[in-house]
Design a protein around this ligand. Structure first.
Ligand SMILES: Cc1ncc(COP(=O)(O)O)c(C=O)c1O
Length: 386
């Protein structure tokens, strides 16, 4: 079976893990945590980073740090992994859901501008969502599949409405837009995930990056049980969201090879996109970065969009692929169709619905062999022609 997305641990992972064991630094304190924070901040174009137990934990701590509180709304594209919405929910807030742009699968900034104008008012210095009377507290763009959202447009609106931006860049380390690395596109905080299926992994883990020392100190404080000083004084309800030295050791080894890993992902995307470009009924995954050297998607997952397909057709297609020795998956079901968020305020979400139901994610491990990718393409083309 050709697996969907497995890690590539051929660098210094073993050596660094042995260092953790021999030095007895296996917990949350240790040199690899600090090193990993510095390395990720540099790679993302930021001054500081705070390592967390997961990307979800990082998103939660980031939202609390920018002031999201119970009852608030946070602007979110509906086409995202449920963790983005869950992090909002952990604050006692709800997502306010927006559609995505068909070309990029990222938040539709025209709809965002229109709906902010049509449905909010400024009251007492706060942005109020008129239909619900709730405060809009932040914007969470998602860099879907590692392609940067249109952050110029997001940041312009954020400034106009004085809203903080916490970007979900879970899979976007290594991406850039107009030569600016993904953490330097204007968000107050950007959050990465290093779970097992990401381009680079720590086994599990996350990182919050930013440039404002006060905000980053606040994230650090929140993720370390809000402890003040060496005693057991805690000045608010914080979280135990720290990353361990063991996770960070793997992360350091992985990050040393980030260029190689991202290049492999981009090569895989480009091969799939060429193979599916002229096949009627198939649409390649978005990838303006291949046509424009300034914009660089990290191309986390790759696959194909089967036009006019519903989930039933996609699930039978996945079964056929399984029989051809190919592991494949559907993609994130939009948040507005998920049981815990059926009540969340939303806009017209037809692009999200159109796209998600036809997506097939195909094997895209950084170590995918060319002959295996050919087998995947053959299997997919056979399956869709049946
Ligand atoms: C878009 C997005 N946001 C958040 C997360 C959550 O990250 P983690 O699994 O590290 O909690 C993921 C993980 O896959 C993701 O893809």
């Amino acid at each position: 079976m050709i697996p969907l997305a497995i890690p590539d641990l051929k660098g210094n992972e073993n050596r660094y893990l042995t260092e953790c064991i021999t030095s007895n630094f296996v917990s949350c304190v240790g040199p690899f945590v600090n090193r990993f924070e510095d390395m990720v901040a540099t790679a993302s174009g930021n001054l500081r980073g705070v390592a967390t137990a997961s990307g979800t934990a990082g998103l939660h701590a980031g939202l609390v740090a920018v002031g999201v509180r119970a009852g608030d709304l946070v602007i979110l594209p509906s086409l995202t992994f449920i963790a983005s919405a869950n992090a909002i929910n952990y604050c006692g807030a709800d997502p306010w859901l927006f559609d995505v742009d068909r070309a990029t699968w990222n938040i539709d900034c025209e709809q965002l501008a229109q709906q902010l104008e049509a449905e909010t008012e400024i009251r007492g210095g706060e942005v109020i969502h008129q239909p619900t009377g709730r405060r809009v507290a932040a914007i969470m763009p998602v860099h879907t599949l590692g392609m940067p959202a249109d952050m110029d447009a997001v940041v312009k609106l954020a400034k106009q409405y004085e809203l903080p931006v916490v970007a979900d860049g879970a899979a976007a380390l290594g991406a850039a837009d107009k030569m600016r690395p993904v953490g330097a596109l204007g968000a107050d905080l950007t959050v990465f995930s290093f779970n097992g299926n990401k381009t680079m992994t720590c086994g599990g883990g996350g990182m919050v990056v930013g440039d404002d020392p006060i905000l980053i100190d606040q994230v650090k404080h929140l993720t370390t049980t809000a402890r003040k000083g060496p005693g057991y004084d805690h000045d608010r309800v914080g979280f135990n969201y720290r990353m361990t030295n063991v996770q960070a050791a793997i992360g350091c080894a992985q990050l040393e090879r980030i260029d190689e890993l991202v290049s492999a992902k981009r090569r895989i995307r480009s091969i799939y996109n060429q193979a599916f470009a002229d096949i009627p009924g198939l649409t390649p995954f978005p990838d303006y970065s291949l046509a424009n050297a300034n914009n660089r998607s990290s191309c986390w997952f790759s696959g194909v969009l089967v036009e006019d397909a519903d989930q039933e057709r996609i699930l039978s297609l996945l079964d056929h692929l399984q029989n051809c020795g190919v592991e494949s998956r559907p993609f994130w079901k939009p948040i507005h169709l998920q049981e815990p968020y059926l009540h969340a305020p939303k806009n017209d979400l037809r692009v999200c619905e159109d796209i998600w139901s036809g997506i097939v994610v195909l094997p895209c491990s950084t170590g995918l062999l060319p002959e295996d990718q050919e087998q995947v393409i053959r299997g997919l083309l056979q399956t869709v022609s049946n």
